[in-house]
Design a protein around this ligand. Structure first.
Ligand code: AHR
Length: 628
């Protein structure tokens, strides 16, 4: 029996409870959310050769492609690609082709924006043809031309529009010349239509999935991606501003190079486009490989960088340096900001320097921005000598990657007894995993990239705990958010949302989060349980009086349960049930079978205090009960 105490709230639900965490991992941005379709657009991925680019030599024609440091595009992009068209047979062409991030996605009646920088020797007077074509070059999906290349660098842009074609990712982008000569290329780019039509924008299908979660915040830019493997490889936000053709990118700690097309402003616009607010993580002088910046004068420039970054987000466009820069970059209005996270997982700093580093950042931030809440990255469960002691952090970020069984334990015990006088809690990364291997373990290469129903049950169980205790758990977010499911695309598992170049799908855990995040009140209601192994939480919306009862049944058998509504004498006889369940907990979604596990919504009748609802086995349920 479940008895919901609707006489009075047991606490208030945090208004920011459900959000998102993001970083460059699993090709989350490049080859994922970021719209760019060309891989290695600035030719900087590899020092020796133009990786992911192939020569095109039509019959009887020859071409060579070489990286050329003598002809840089600008200071930031210190080389270009030299194309020598040494022989072009009559009516034939030579050129270069890029197969994108595991293919170029092509859809019918779609306009693609192709652009490139080029310069040529006077000897080249021919045309440049741009095409999106099948990966064997036999079929052209869209094409356009440019002529009049000049001796100096110039940017060219052509819109390529497809006709009535069948969608495919077995396609490549080709640049062809029809005469002999030498041409240098740089920053070759191809964008499909993007969310809100932003020129340097985001992939539409993935954005829709995020918006559908109604996230209240976005924690960025990481994660390990914030820290980098070394201090030099940290996320340097100042280098990510301005025109993308002046962003060299940097090595990301997950084994590939990031273009930095997703720069600070793009993160902020992404947040804004979702109706969410930023939770800004600032680099705090510790990098993954173990390098730390010495506290004191050495750390001071990094602290100043964080202060500047906060000013970039929040400063007045007319009176502050970095607010003016933001306006120059195209966004005069400041962004809302309430939380700043100082570093990431600083418990890995074996020198235990976080207390002193946190203090230096905290004091500077509080002096200039007293209203901002500072988040410590060391969990309350870590040894005292690692934790922040010299200052009281406003919030503590705790991360949980653990087995489904461990998540069931957390479901009843993680935050029930947390000291309400202590710092607020931000569960900034969490995910239940269903197999024996740790998420980063190479031996898990054959595992599915996204979680199955068993993991989703564990995730939902833990979410009930965070929701019941959301007077103190002010925010939480699953991680990682994204995975490119192509071979070589994944460095971690499980992940919430999967995709290839053309298609995307969501995991059962995504559905569980969406069921929870889109049905949440502002008051926490206590639920007394007798003789039931169910895991539950209840909230009520003051504005409508609706009650949202979430129930997780981890057992395979259905469980009929009596639901009493104490203090709610007039309940509407009709309610709504959203149910996600499957006979086997191994059930999962994949890129080819995306809808195996998904919630079903139905109307329930005969609702009254004491009604019986049968919770399906392996089931996650949200009941919406309305006042009469
Ligand atoms: O989410 C993957 C990684 O897990 C994050 O980068 C890091 O913060 C954590 O260890």
């Amino acid at each position: 029996m479940l008895t919901i105490d609707a006489t009075k709230p047991a606490g208030l639900v945090s208004p920011r409870l459900y959000g998102l965490m993001t970083e460059e991992i699993n090709f989350s941005y490049d080859g994922g959310l970021y719209g760019e379709l060309i891989r290695n657009r600035a030719f900087l991925d590899q020092a020796e050769k133009p990786e992911y680019w192939a020569p095109i030599q039509e019959e009887g024609s020859t071409v060579t492609l070489t990286l050329d440091k003598a002809q840089p595009l600008n200071q930031q992009i210190p080389l270009s690609l030299r194309l020598d068209a040494t022989k072009v047979a009559g009516g034939k062409q030579v050129g270069l082709a890029n197969s994108g991030y595991w293919g170029i996605p092509v859809t019918p009646h779609t306009a693609y924006r192709a652009s490139f920088f080029a310069k040529s020797t006077a000897a080249y007077a021919g045309e440049v043809t741009l095409s999106i074509e099948s990966d064997d070059g036999q079929k052209t999906f869209a094409t356009g031309k440019v002529d009049g290349l000049a001796a100096g660098w110039k940017r060219y842009e052509v819109v390529l529009t497809t006709g009535d074609i069948t969608p495919t990712a077995q396609a490549r982008f080709a640049v062809r010349l029809n005469q002999t000569g030498t041409v240098w290329f740089s920053f070759v780019s191809l964008f499909p239509p993007t969310w809100n039509d932003r020129p340097n924008g985001l992939r539409k299908d993935l954005m829709q999935l995020l918006v559908d979660l109604k996230p209240k915040f976005l924690r960025f830019p990481g994660g390990n991606y914030l820290e980098g493997n070394t201090v030099a490889e940290r996320f340097q936000w100042k280098k990510t501003l301005g025109p993308i053709s002046q962003r060299p990118g940097h090595p990301c700690p997950w084994g590939y190079r990031s273009t930095d097309g997703m720069g600070l402003l793009e993160f902020l616009q992404w947040t804004e486009d979702m109706g969410a607010e930023p939770v800004l993580a600032v680099y705090a002088g510790y990098s993954l490989g173990g390098e730390t910046v010495k506290v004191g004068p050495d750390l001071a420039p990094f602290v100043q960088d964080a202060i500047d970054e906060i000013e970039y987000l929040t400063g007045d466009a007319a009176t502050t340096t970095w607010g003016a820069q933001r306006a120059k970059d195209g966004h005069p209005a400041p962004f809302p900001l309430h939380y700043v996270e100082i570093g990431n997982e600083d418990n890995f700093d074996k020198g235990n320097t976080y207390d002193a580093r946190f203090t230096q950042f905290f004091d500077a931030i509080k002096t200039k921005y007293p209203a901002l809440k500072c988040i410590s990255t060391i969990a309350a469960r870590e040894p005292e000598n690692q934790r922040v002691r010299s200052r009281q952090p406003d919030v503590i970020d705790e991360h949980f990657y653990d087995t489904v069984e461990a998540f069931y334990q957390k479901a009843t015990s993680q935050y029930e007894n947390y000291d309400r006088k202590g710092p607020e809690i931000f569960v900034g990364e969490w995910a239940a995993y269903e197999t024996a291997f740790q998420p980063w373990d190479k031996r898990s290469a054959g595992e599915p990239p996204t979680p199955n129903l068993r993991a989703a049950l564990g995730d939902a169980a833990f979410m009930t705990d965070m929701e019941r205790n959301s007077d103190v758990v002010v925010m939480h977010c699953y991680a990682p958010l994204f995975v490119n499911v192509n071979p070589g695309g994944r460095q971690w598992r499980p992940n919430l949302i999967g995709y290839d170049a053309l298609r995307s799908f969501v995991s059962p855990s995504y559905h569980a989060i969406q069921m929870f995040s889109t049905h949440i009140g502002d008051q926490i209601l206590k639920v007394a349980q007798t003789e039931t192994p169910l895991i539950v939480s209840a909230t009520r919306a003051t504005a409508t009086g609706e009650i949202y009862l979430k129930i997780v049944n981890p057992k395979p058998a259905a469980e009929p349960v009596t639901i009493n509504l104490q203090g709610m004498p007039k309940v509407a006889a009709t309610g709504t049930a959203i149910v996600m369940a499957a006979p086997s907990t191994e059930a999962t979604n994949t890129i080819d079978t995306p809808a195996v596990v998904r919630p079903q919504t139905s109307t329930i009748s005969g609702v009254h205090s004491g009604f019986v609802f049968s919770v399906p086995g392996n089931g996650i349920v949200v009941l919406i009960l309305k006042p009469e």
